[in-house]
Design a binder for this molecule. Sequence first.
Ligand code: AMP
Ligand code: FE
Ligand code: FE
Ligand code: ZN
Length: 280
Amino acid sequence: MDKIIDLHIHSNASDGSFTPSEIINLACEIKISAISITDHDTINGQKEALSCKTSIEVIPGVEVSTDYSRMLHILGYCFDIHNQELNNKLEYFRNGRKIRNELIIKKLNELGMKIKLDEVLENAADGVPGRPHIAQVLLTNGYVKTIQQAFDKYLKKGAVAYFNRAKLLPDETIRLIKQAGGIPVMAHPIQTGLAGDRLVKLVKNLKDCGLAGIEVWYSAHSDEQTKFYQFIAKKFRLIQTGGTDFHGKNKPDIKLGKGFGNLKIPYSCVKSLKKSNLKF
Ligand code: AMP
Ligand code: FE
Ligand code: FE
Ligand code: ZN
C-alpha cells in the first residue's frame, strides 16, 4: 500500500477540536506516514507535535491568511519555530483578531444577538479565537441553525458582521516564511475562486515573489481541479503538496488523511519538501 500523508491539519491551538497528541494518535491508528499541523496564526501546537514519541514524521507548519481581495492563504512548512520575526508577526496577527472579535461581537449585539466575548473566548479555550468559535456560540444560543448559516448570514466576507483584521500582503507573507527558513505554499487554490488563466496569472505573480509550492491535493478539489493545479505546479516549478484541512469535530465531514472520503495524498510531497529544505 502506498504511504499516505496529511499536510494541512488544525489542532485545538487554533480552531480544531483535537490536541496535537490526539491528532498524532489518530494518524497512527489510520496509518498515515507524515503530518503537519498548520494552525491559523500560531505555532503553539508545534512543540507538542514535534516532541511526541512516534514513528510518524511531523513537519512544522502554519497557515496565514493574506491581505488580498480574494481568499488567499499561505501555508508555511519546515521553518525554524524559534524564528523571532515569525513569532512576532504571528503575535501581531493574533492581536488583530482580538480587535476584530470585539467589533464582530459589538455588531452582533447591535443586531439583537445577546452573546458575550467571554463566551467566545471560553469556546476557543487555549486556541486562537476565530470566526468558527463565534459561529459556535451563535449556534449554541439558537441564533442560527448551523455553523454554515452563521457564516452566510453574519460572518463571511461581505456579510453584515464581517470585519477585516490585520494581515500582511501576499508577498510580505511569503517573505515572512522564507526569512524563517520555511517553504511558502499556496493553500487550497480552489478557495481563491479563480480558475484558468486568472489563476495562472496569480500563481505567476506569487512565484515571482518567492512562492515555492502549491496545495494540489485538498478535500474540496475535484480530480479535474487537482490535475489543473498539477499542471500549474509543473509550469512554475512549484512543489506539490496536499492536505485535508482537518478540524476534527469542528468540521466533522472532513476526515484526517481522507478528506471527504477518497483523498490520497502521496508521500512524494514530503520528499519534495525535504529536498528543498535540507534541515528536515
Ligand atoms: P478566521 O480564522 O476567523 O478568519 O476564520 C477562518 C475559519 O473560518 C476557517 O477555518 C474557515 O474554514 C472558516 N470559514 C471561513 N469562511 C467561511 C465560510 N464562508 N463558510 C464556512 N466557514 C468559513
Ligand atoms: Fe480553520
Ligand atoms: Fe485556509
Ligand atoms: Zn486550514
